[in-house]
Structure formats: C-alpha cells, structure tokens
Design a protein around this ligand. Structure first.
Ligand code: HEM
Length: 443
C-alpha cells in the first residue's frame, strides 16, 4: 500500500453511497490480494485468485464464484441449518465438560477457554467427522499463525519476523490438504464442500486449495472468539446485568427430567426473539470492541456523492472504530459500554443529546455492510448467544484477582475485526447450585 492514495470515510450516509457503487469501489480485488499474501499460495494460484476480480467477465472465476458459494452456504436452507445445528450442539456439549472435572470449580484463562470451545465447536460443524482441528497441534499452529497476521501481511521480512506464524500456517495447510485427499469434505458441511468445489473447478491444485482454506478458517473463528470473550466479560463484570440476563434467559429454557439427569432445553429462536437484553449486550459488545475496517479498491476515477473525486487504484477505508465512537451518531455516552443500547424501546437519538440513544442501522459496522456484509453473522450470533446463555445459567465466574478489570488491547493486530486482550484473565469457574447434574439441549 506504500505510495498508494487512501481515502477514509466515517459518515454512514456516505458509506451507503459507497456500498451501492460496489463494482467501481470494489471489495473482491482487496480480498484476492489479502488471500494471496496471507495464505502463502503459489504464483499459479495467485493468477487464478486474481482473475476477473473486477467482475468485467461476469460471475466467473475463483473470486466471483467463491463469493457466491460462501453466501449460498451461509444463507438459510437445509445445508446451513445442519451446520448451524451441529455448532449449537457442540457448544452445548462443550460447556458440559467443566462439570466432569473433579472439583466443582476450575481455574482457567477466560480467553483460552473461549478460544478452545469456539474453535472445536465451529470447525467440527464446518469440517465434519474428519475435522483436521481435532488434532491439538493443528489448533495451536492456527493460533500461532493468527498472532502473526499483521507481520505476515505488512511486516518487513515476514519469513524471519513471523517465522512461527508461517510455520503454523504450513502445518494447518498440510492438515487440510490431507483432509481433502481423504475426501473429508464430502462428509463436511455445505460451506466446506462449496469452497473445495470452487477451488478445484477453477484449476487450483489441492495444495493451494488447502492453503486458501486456511483463510476460510480465519473468517469462521477469528472474530467469534473475541466476540464471545468480551460478551462474557461484560456480563460477569456487571453483576446487575448478569442477574437480569439470567432471569431473561430462564424464560426460554424448559426443564424436563430424564434417566440421564435434568435436561434444560434452550429455545434458540426464543433466545433471539425474547431475550432483548442478551441480544443488546452482544450487539453493544461488538459496537464497543469492533476494529473492522471495510476496505475497497477504486477501479476507475469516480465522483462519490456528486462531490468527492476518488482516483483510480486508490484505496478507500471505512473504519468501524471511528464510526462506533462518534457521539453525533451514538450520543454523549458513545465511549461507554451500555448493555441496553440496542434494546428496541430505547428512544431514537435526538440531535446531539441524550445518553441512551439508538443510532441509524448503517452506523453499526461490526459486520461490514453492502454486498460484503458478513454472511456468517447469523452463525456467529447464534454461537455467542448460546454460549453466553448456557454459561450464565450454569456457571458462576470470578477473576482470581477478585476484581474485574478491563484488559489492555494495545497489541491487538490491525487486521482483527475486534480488539483482543493483551493478557488473558484468570478466572475461577464453578457450577451453580442446582446445575450440578444439568444437561443442556436445544429445543
Ligand atoms: C462476531 C463474529 C464475526 C464478525 C465480527 C465478522 C465480521 C466480518 C466483517 C467485518 C467482514 C467484512 C465485511 C466488509 O468488508 O464489508 C466479514 C466478512 C466475512 N465473514 Fe464474517 N464475521 C464474524 C463471523 C463470521 C463467521 C462465523 C463466518 C462463517 C461461518 C463468517 C464468514 C465471513 C465471510 C465468508 C466473509 C467474506 C464475505 C465476502 O467475501 O463477501 N464471519 N465478516
């Protein structure tokens, strides 16, 4: 990007105009460039990935077809429902494992805990019974790679400065390659199958298809982990909020007794429709912690909104963090975490006043917007809401220092969608009275 002209847009109305001009202010060339650099593919694969990124030749080529394939896999339908249901079952099951540990209370790093649960639940749902992430070495390698994103993408001599990350990436790509060779994708989700089919159809080798799939893993887990971490952090750090959310979640859980023990069935639809405070807390967590920057390439000289000349080949950025902290959009408490901000009966923002305000929908940028609005947002929302709901019902949690203090986030990488804590929080987690034998299921 050195020497490249850059424009930054921070006003939602201008962002909407930008998003409507998605052919000339385009995302696919940015994504192709990102994938080529971050995934470490061969020269031949770079040419395939960068072919027809402008869409001038119609909806053909790897870039255009993988966009469609991912969107269709993540849209409502049987394939998506199967994958989503498996992820939810995995989350419910994985939150039960603490119960099997000998003392009823365990010490763990909160980020570590969330990372391992999200990684195993999501990758198992996506990749199926031959999921390469069932191997802990692959999981560890992936997170080493993730910690080195920024250096790999824009660092000086990444082969030296990001050696551990690159080694991690190679190990994960090899494991996915083996998965493909064993035909693991055939019993995986629609998302895993669609991505493989598009890669092979467009002439990528299995090795390069596997390298690019490492980029797919970034999309499916990297943002959900901090989203779940911060959601739990804010809920437990605010005792009144924890009590209110517990009461709310209880209304969508039914209890029945079985030979195996008491079964608590969580109504997943009810969680989204009848738990406004939990949903609002999740959205506010994303608003408060998002750092995603939507990037577009200017494909030809363009006059934006009849007044701004954008030069061909320049880069346009729409940074969520600036927009989410704009007091003219979110009110005078824009910097604060307000768990009730997205509860529907909040009054809309009146110009420049009020602390409890609702901004226009376009001002919420955690999932991007327009044609590239995150297609995994429903999957991610279900994952975090279910995790938070079961966690609050089943567990008490307190930091071992005795005080919940907000961790610093200075080392958070610039390509992350959300801030990440510099250090993990050590917590003591214990099963709540009455939930010792509980089994959770989705209703
Ligand atoms: C809280 C979790 C998540 C956040 C905050 C998030 C955020 C985003 C953002 C900001 C973008 C780029 C949009 C743009 O530049 O306009 C994006 C793209 C994408 N996300 Fe997510 N995401 C999350 C979870 C997921 C999950 C769980 C999946 C898949 C299961 C997923 C799949 C994708 C895909 C495939 C794209 C690329 C879309 C395209 O090429 O058009 N995301 N996400």
């Amino acid at each position: 990007m050195l020497g490249q002209k850059m424009y930054i847009i921070t006003k939602p109305d201008l962002i909407q105009v930008t998003q409507k001009q998605h052919k000339v202010l385009a995302y696919p060339p940015v994504e192709a460039d990102f994938a080529s650099k971050v995934c470490g593919v061969s020269q031949a694969a770079k040419a395939i990935v960068n072919h027809n990124v402008s869409g001038a030749e119609g909806e053909t080529g790897f870039s255009m077809e993988s966009h469609v394939a991912m969107r269709s896999a993540l849209s409502p339908g049987k394939g998506f429902d199967d994958m989503n249901r498996k992820m939810i079952q995995n989350i419910l099951l994985s939150l039960g494992t603490l119960q099997q540990l000998p003392p009823q209370s365990v010490r763990t790093g909160l980020m570590d805990f969330v990372r391992s649960r999200v990684t195993s639940s999501t990758t198992d749902a996506v990749y199926g019974p031959q999921n390469p992430f069932r191997d802990h070495a692959v999981v560890d390698a992936f997170w080493h790679f993730q910690q080195n994103f920024t250096s790999i993408l824009i660092g000086v001599l990444p082969s030296i400065t990001a050696r551990k990350g690159i080694a991690g990436r190679t190990l994960v790509a090899k494991a996915i390659e083996q998965y493909y060779r064993n035909k693991g994708h055939e019993s995986g989700s629609i998302l895993a199958r669609n991505r493989y089919d598009v890669s092979l159809k467009n002439g990528l080798s299995i090795e390069d298809a596997a390298r690019l799939e490492v980029g797919g893993v970034i999309a499916i887990i990297v943002n959900t982990v901090p989203a779940a971490f911060w959601t739990l952090f804010f809920i437990y750090a605010t005792p009144d909020l924890l009590d209110d959310i517990r009461r709310e979640v209880q209304t969508v859980v039914t209890l029945r007794h079985s030979e195996r023990g008491p079964i608590h069935s969580v109504d997943i639809k009810g969680l989204k429709q009848h738990c406004p405070l939990l949903s609002s807390t999740f959205q506010e967590t994303l608003r408060h912690r998002a750092t995603a920057v939507s990037v577009r390439k200017v494909m030809e000289d363009t006059i934006l909104d009849d007044q701004w000349l954008l030069k061909k080949d320049s880069i346009l950025q729409m940074p969520s963090r600036i927009i989410h902290k704009d007091q003219s959009l979110w009110g005078s408490n824009a910097d604060d975490f307000d768990a009730r901000r997205f509860v529907k009966d909040q009054k809309p923002l009146k110009s420049g006043s009020g602390s409890k305000t609702r901004a226009p929908a376009a001002a919420f940028r955690a999932f991007g917007g327009g044609t590239t609005l995150c297609p995994g947002r429903h999957f991610a929302t279900d994952e975090v809401l279910v995790m938070a709901a079961v966690f609050v019902l089943r567990y008490d949690m307190a930091p071992t220092t005795g005080v919940w203090s907000m961790p610093s986030t200075n080392q958070s990488g610039i390509v992350n969608g959300l801030l990440e804590p510099d250090n993990d929080i050590e917590v003591e987690v214990s099963v709540r009275k009455g939930y010792e034998e509980a089994i959770f299921a989705c209703g």
